[in-house]
Design a protein around this ligand. Structure first.
Ligand SMILES: O=P(O)(O)OC[C@H]1O[C@](O)(COP(=O)(O)O)[C@@H](O)[C@@H]1O
Ligand SMILES: [Mg+2]
Ligand SMILES: [Mg+2]
Length: 281
């Protein structure tokens, strides 16, 4: 596992360099989810592949940007990754990220054994979730990551990241979100999953929601590359992560690019989500 983490450190430094220097334009191609790709999606994916395929303990990798996995004939771990999450935000200079789920045997929620994400913002920060959740920061002079703090969620927070197109929210979901705001929660949503979830962890509580909507019954965020890794991080940080009804890490998948509605947050906020969804099943 440590050789995977040191590979991700090198990946983060190289992607950060690419973000600062490369063209943010779009390419003709689309990824496996049908998203239009920006050049940096492709460049970032190539950087991840270059390093991860050279790690002896990695047997297989699969990218959000590719249809199928790349398999070697030895190694213990499977890595599912989003090389550049929120890439459409780069040309407005907002923070973006990379997400890595480290699995054994398969890519079900219960197969995930660790998760790592990187935030490319005013600083570069890396969060590693194993038994606990630890945050590191890049020293841009020495090119080394140094430990900053452990990330823990309190029972309840004060900020809310309500994703999805609001005109397509189910009425009961809209009422639940409105009630949080009536309780005084502050809106904190950038459209970048990584910085939005990183903010809640650093503020020690709150709720991120990307629900089922009338136009996207299964939500938008991808199980293997985005949802299971962050579910692992939030649960290890003392929070919860559900699809509205079930623990996200209890979910299986059918296709590599399956999406799911997802809620990540402090225990109290997730209890409210579960109660609301149960009443409106
Ligand atoms: O623009 P929307 O519908 O709110 O969706 C925002 C979500 O989509 C994403 O940008 C999808 O990420 P990708 O850039 O990897 O496709 C997430 O980062 C973010 O949480
Ligand atoms: Mg993504
Ligand atoms: Mg992406």
């Amino acid at each position: 596992m440590t050789e995977i983490i040191s590979a991700i450190e090198k990946i983060a430094i190289e992607i950060y360099e690419a973000i600062k220097t490369k063209d943010t334009g779009k390419v003709e191609s689309q990824n496996a989810s049908g998203d239009v790709q920006v050049k940096l999606d492709v460049i970032s994916d190539e950087i991840v592949e270059k390093y991860l395929l050279n790690v002896s303990s990695v047997r297989e990798i699969i990218s959000e940007e590719k249809e199928k996995p790349i398999t070697k004939n030895s190694g213990k771990y499977l890595v599912a990754y989003d090389p550049l999450d929120g890439s459409s935000l780069i040309d407005v200079d907002l923070s973006v990220g990379s997400i890595f789920g480290i699995y054994e045997n398969d890519y079900k929620g219960s197969d995930i054994k660790a998760a790592v994400y990187v935030v490319y913002g005013p600083r570069v920060e890396m969060v590693i979730a194993r038994d606990v959740v630890e945050m590191f920061r890049l020293n841009e002079k020495t090119h080394e990551f140094y430990f900053v703090k452990e990330l823990k969620l309190k029972e309840k927070g004060k900020i809310l990241a309500p994703g999805g197109t609001q005109k397509n929210w189910y009425p009961f979901h809209k009422e639940m979100i409105d009630n949080f705001f009536k309780e005084g929660y502050r809106l904190r949503y950038s459209g970048g999953m990584v910085p939005d979830l990183h903010q809640i962890l650093n503020k020690e509580g709150g709720l991120f929601a990307y629900p089922a909507t009338t136009d996207k019954e299964k939500g938008k965020l991808r199980k293997l590359f985005e949802v299971f890794p962050f579910a692992y991080v939030y649960k290890k940080a003392g929070g919860e992560a559900v699809d509205g009804y079930r623990d996200l890490l209890s979910l299986d998948y059918e296709n590599y690019h399956d999406t799911t509605p997802c809620f990540f947050g402090s225990k109290e906020e997730i209890r409210k989500v579960l109660n609301t969804y149960k009443e409106n099943k």
